[in-house]
Design a protein around this ligand. Structure first.
Ligand code: ADP
Ligand code: ASP
Ligand code: MG
Length: 414
């Protein structure tokens, strides 16, 4: 088999951990498989580098950030390759550029346009383990880019697709994908398998165990993904195409996201074209707006619009909004950073009613106020005060019976 193994920050977080990774790679190789490895920066390294940048500039250029951030993954790739070679298994480290990961020029959140992976294929063909620095690529004009936080997952899935791997194993610090973050809810249950669509929603809604874009990519190119722990040999969670018994479960997981800010524009003239003008301006800066709520104006003249954007871009979004606001004659712009988005996800929602009502009821029972709501076929999200995040996650996990007691029963035993 051709196996791609990606090791996250904690899994390469120390020299001991890197040696443990090398042992696992060697074991896989000795079992007769071809192995390509993708590594993240050692845990905390990317945040540390961002901290350094903030000390020298209030608004560092994306281009410089990317050169800086890509260095973390290079360190772990070189060290991991050395550790593997040291066990008598030939290994070579590569940067994103060397394996031909070509991206657009959207610095710090670049999208992969294509990947050649020639050097990876060549190494595999010669029985060598390629060890690839995750999270990074290169533009047509040779500028270094990074793929957004958690982007090593995307490198792994893209390499797996390029070399037609039989499986892409994502090694992390938990046993797989759980019904919610096991570090917040100890009763969270590990899922044996989850559909690409559910995983995509969970990831987009904040479950950082997989980067959302990597799931999108895996679905598009049919890459079988397994999420498992680098600390044990437990089987992990299979991320695969939806099958019929997945629909029996109404809610499969709860996610939370504290990385958004809410911007409210008050006194917006209630007339055609206003929302278009505002959101065109924000989209023009490549900022992704998530939730939008517009109140109905009581006097037919002015209304309020609230929307959420990533916290890292909220200051820029406020500036753009303020410019548009003065042009539109709106009253003022407010921002709140202390918000969280809590979501429930499940393909079974398509065929069950009353799910949203149950969610609102559970939050109300604990006096958690809902500021914004959004729904899709397979999820319901609510924006709440961030101080209630952990409580809300636990309350919803309980309300939808996601702990051990709620385990999906095998067919025929119902
Ligand atoms: P890595 O460094 O290996 O990429 P991450 O920190 O990016 O690891 O992702 C793993 C973390 O994701 C876990 O430690 C856990 O706290 C968090 N997490 C959030 N939601 C979930 C979930 N539903 N299932 C498993 N882990 C989750
Ligand atoms: N090191 C990067 C980050 O911390 C990429 C990754 O870990 O996947 O976001
Ligand atoms: Mg990660």
């Amino acid at each position: 088999m051709v196996i791609v193994q990606k090791y996250g920050g904690t899994s390469v977080g120390s020299i001991e951990r890197i040696k443990a990774v090398a042992e696992r790679v060697a074991r896989t190789k000795r079992a007769g498989h071809s192995v390509a490895v993708i590594v993240s920066a050692m845990s905390g390294e990317t945040d540390k580098l961002i901290g350094l940048a903030q000390q020298v500039s209030r608004n560092p250029e994306g281009r410089e950030m990317d050169l800086l951030l890509s260095s973390g993954e290079r360190i772990s790739a070189a060290l991991t390759a050395m550790a593997i070679s040291n066990l008598g298994i030939p290994a070579l480290s590569f940067t994103g550029r060397q394996v031909g990961i070509i991206t657009d020029a959207d610095h710090t959140k670049a999208k992969i346009e294509r990947i050649s992976a020639d050097k990876v294929k060549e190494a595999l063909g010669r029985g060598i383990v390629p060890v690839i620095a995750g999270f990074q690529g290169i533009t047509e004009t040779s500028e270094v880019t990074t793929l957004g936080r958690g982007g090593s997952d995307l490198t792994a899935v893209a390499v797996a697709a390029a070399v037609k791997a039989d499986v892409c194993e994502i090694y992390t610090d938990v046993d797989g994908v759980f019904t919610t973050d096991p570090n917040i809810v100890p009763e969270a249950r590990k899922l044996d398998k989850i559909s690409y669509d559910e995983m995509l929603e969970l990831a987009s809604l904040g479950a950082k165990v997989l980067q959302a874009r990597s799931v999108e990519f895996a679905k598009k190119y049919d890459v079988p993904v397994v999420v498992r722990s680098s600390f044990n040999d437990n089987p992990g969670t299979l991320v695969v195409k939806e099958d019929s018994d997945m629909e029996d479960v109404v809610v499969s997981g709860v996610a939370y996201d504290k990385n958004q800010s809410k911007i409210t524009v008050t006194g917006v003239p209630d007339k055609p074209g206003v929302a278009a003008r505002l959101f065109e301006a924000i989209a023009g800066a490549n900022i992704v707006v998530d939730m939008i709520v517009q109140n109905v104006s009581s006097d037919g003249k002015a209304t309020d619009i609230s929307f959420t954007v990533p916290k890292t871009e909220s200051r820029q979004a406020v500036k753009i909004t303020e410019n548009v606001v003065s042009e539109l004659g709106a009253r003022d712009v407010k921002i709140r950073d202390d918000i969280a988005k809590i979501s429930i996800v499940g393909v079974g929602m398509r065929t069950h009613s009353g799910v949203a009502a149950k969610m609102f009821g559970a939050l109300a029972q604990h006096r958690i106020n809902i500021m914004m709501i959004s729904t899709s076929e397979i999820k319901v999200s609510c924006v709440i005060d961030s101080k209630y995040t952990e409580l809300a996650v636990r309350v919803l996990h309980d309300a939808f019976n996601l702990g051990e007691g709620g385990k999906r029963k095998p067919k025929g035993k119902r």
